[in-house]
Design a protein around this ligand. Sequence first.
Ligand SMILES: NC(=O)c1ccc[n+]([C@@H]2O[C@H](COP(=O)([O-])OP(=O)(O)OC[C@H]3O[C@@H](n4cnc5c(N)ncnc54)[C@H](O)[C@@H]3O)[C@@H](O)[C@H]2O)c1
Length: 266
Amino acid sequence: MATGRTHRPATRSRGIPEATVARLPLYLRALTALSERSVPTVSSEELAAAAGVNSAKLRKDFSYLGSYGTRGVGYDVEYLVYQISRELGLTQDWPVVIVGIGNLGAALANYGGFASRGFRVAALIDADPSMAGKPVAGIPVQHSDELETIVRENGVHIGVIATPAGAAQEVCDRLVAAGVTSILNFAPTVLSVPDGVDVRKVDLSIELQILAFHEQRKAGEEAAARTAAGVPAPAATDATTAADGAKRTSATDQGPDGDVPAVMPA
Ligand SMILES: NC(=O)c1ccc[n+]([C@@H]2O[C@H](COP(=O)([O-])OP(=O)(O)OC[C@H]3O[C@@H](n4cnc5c(N)ncnc54)[C@H](O)[C@@H]3O)[C@@H](O)[C@H]2O)c1
């Protein structure tokens, strides 16, 4: 499948910008932690700090949900959890298939965080016949010959690809042809999908490269500051010390509007 696009427009049909959608899970994670501690209300500043987002941006984001909070009281934690979950489509159970049950696929299958967030691992699929029937995280691996049947019978719309890069496009095409419309791709390759299919790509090595860039920049700033102050350079550069000298705030450190998030559109 060579045609098609891999990006959605910047704004969803319901008028919530993509950047806001990308921050909703950050708010939800922070709110869930508050809910677990039975905290009834939270101010925009507290929640913004917990989510690592600027508070003005948070208030703007929540205005898209029609949630404005109460002056002097803040936001109702339980109601916001419900509102954001509903907006993200998490009030229903999403069956997910993972394709490619090697090191990464098995680690994902064993990750308990999916189920607790409404994502049920419906099937584990691998092309290696010797793996068929073997349980991983308590689920027997199924052979990839059965991929289409598994997707259709389980009503799966979300697929996770953890195969080698060379197999990812073919797996993607088969998933899409069987009815999958959202793909989380861990393979280091750009997938081509038809209109109506969303692809998100996770690449930890890109994240590390971005951190390396920031480390290099911070070390450069440190050296420039020393030169300006007439302080001689230390014998060896300590990356930790350099980092301490130019700490960024959490508001600019992470998040979809600022730096590149760990999960990005393909
Ligand atoms: N995104 C990240 O941050 C990140 C991190 C680690 C690995 N990766 C990538 O994830 C992928 C998996 O890595 P790994 O270490 O688990 O590799 P692995 O070799 O351990 O596992 C790959 C699995 O895919 C299966 N497979 C191969 N072709 C298939 C096909 N057509 N259909 C179904 N299954 C198929 C293999 O049998 C194997 O079990 C690689 O592409 C790797 O580069 C990404």
